[in-house]
Design a protein around this ligand. Structure first.
Ligand code: IPM
Ligand code: MG
Length: 372
């Protein structure tokens, strides 16, 4: 019996290319694992109207964690148009399988490290080392949305909040509402995860990024909870910044920041910004982490035009494998893989096109494997 069972989900587009790269380093590092392929993505949406089939969830329930490549997502109408003819017009609505996974498996912490590895020509500045903690199941991603707005709901909102009156002149069919739902538990969990991480890794500050001066209730709950939780961590400072200002400060003084913690939507945005500080999405790793299960994925999309060309940078995926190994408790393997990645970046002999080179996805993986 292998020590670990890992669900293997290449997904769409370049997901296959980068997962092949991942397999090269996992084999070299000799992880005692069985990899179990699982269906996810656009192909299953088109053919089955379900990008996350029940059989895949079953596999996840019977594995230790999952590694996931990339996913194609399209807006409602475009998605419907790509279904096979028999499935069209039956009311199927596309919903991103990664968002579904996060919710169904309660993968409440999204961990997104952004480190400027020395020698990476794409670093915005050297020495940046930021870790984003993004709440992963609530907020604007809750999926509680309305269009058209039902009259009953409109009346109910009006009863509880007079500000709704100003929309009286609009017909229900001309109003769309997406609810930002944040719970105290959700806020507490993500803030605690950020502080625990800061404590474990000897970091001196945690910056909570919100907008409580305008979004008083949801962002307010996050800030108030952060103040409360921070009292349990003497020696780690809590800084509070507004999301807009944070975008500016991250460009101006990225070295000032260490651990960032924020809600789902702001975290989605700010983590792309942070990724760009350290070389772009080709270097952005992530872990969707719950209490007993985790799904690891590079942050980038499926880049359909590059699919199967082995052109894209697999570093994001290899760094994602580093996170996975660490989460599995394989600390030595995780460290030696990260070291090998750092060496390859520093030497600069093999580089994909985004780094100004012409090496392939698998060249990079093989170069990293050689350093292990
Ligand atoms: C991410 C992605 C996803 C998100 C998409 C693909 C649904 O942008 O992981 O950051 O919005 O969370
Ligand atoms: Mg994103």
């Amino acid at each position: 019996m292998p020590k670990f069972k890992i669900a293997w989900m290449p997904g769409d587009g370049v997901g296959n290319d980068v997962m092949e790269a991942a397999k090269i380093v996992l084999d070299k590092i000799d992880l005692d694992a069985k990899y179990i392929p699982a269906d996810i993505g656009w192909e299953f949406w088109r053919r089955e109207a379900d990008p996350l089939p029940a059989r895949t969830k079953e596999i996840l329930r019977n594995t230790d964690c999952a590694l996931f490549g990339a996913i194609t997502s399209k807006p409602k109408e475009e998605a419907e148009a790509e279904l096979i003819p028999e499935l069209r017009g039956k009311g199927h609505i596309y919903s991103s399988p990664i968002v579904q996974l996060r919710q169904e498996f309660n993968l409440r912490t999204n961990l997104r490290p952004c480190k400027a590895y020395p020698g990476n020509p794409l670093n915005f500045k050297d020495g940046i080392d930021i870790v984003v903690f993004r709440e992963n199941t609530e907020d604007l991603y809750s999926g509680v949305e309305f269009h058209p707005l039902p009259d009953e709901l409109r009346e109910c909102i009006k009863k509880h909040n007079p500000k709704m009156k100003k929309f009286d002149k609009h017909d229900g069919k001309d109003i769309a509402i997406s609810l930002r739902i944040n719970t105290r538990t959700g806020c507490r969990n993500i803030i605690t995860a950020a502080f625990d991480y800061a404590k474990k890794t000897g970091r001196k500050s945690v910056t909570v990024v919100e907008k409580p001066n305008v979004i008083r209730e949801t962002s307010g709950l996050m800030i108030r909870t952060a103040r409360e939780v921070s009292r349990n961590y003497p020696g780690i400072e809590l800084w509070e910044t507004n999301i807009d200002a944070m975008c500016m400060w991250l460009i101006k003084n990225p070295h000032d920041y260490s651990v960032l913690v924020t809600s789902n939507m702001f975290g989605d945005i700010i983590s792309d910004l942070c990724a760009q500080l350290v070389g772009g999405l080709g270097f952005a790793s992530s872990g969707n982490i719950g209490d007993n299960y985790a799904v690891f994925e590079p942050t980038h999309g499926s880049a359909p035009k590059y699919a199967g060309q082995y052109k894209v940078n697999p570093m994001a995926t290899l760094l994602t494998v580093v996170l996975m190994l660490e989460w599995l408790g394989e600390i030595d393997k995780s460290k030696s893989l990260e070291y090998a990645i750092a060496q390859v970046i520093k030497e600069g002999k093999v580089r994909t096109y985004d780094m100004g080179g012409s090496s392939t996805t698998l060249d990079i993986a093989n170069a990293v494997a050689l350093k292990i």
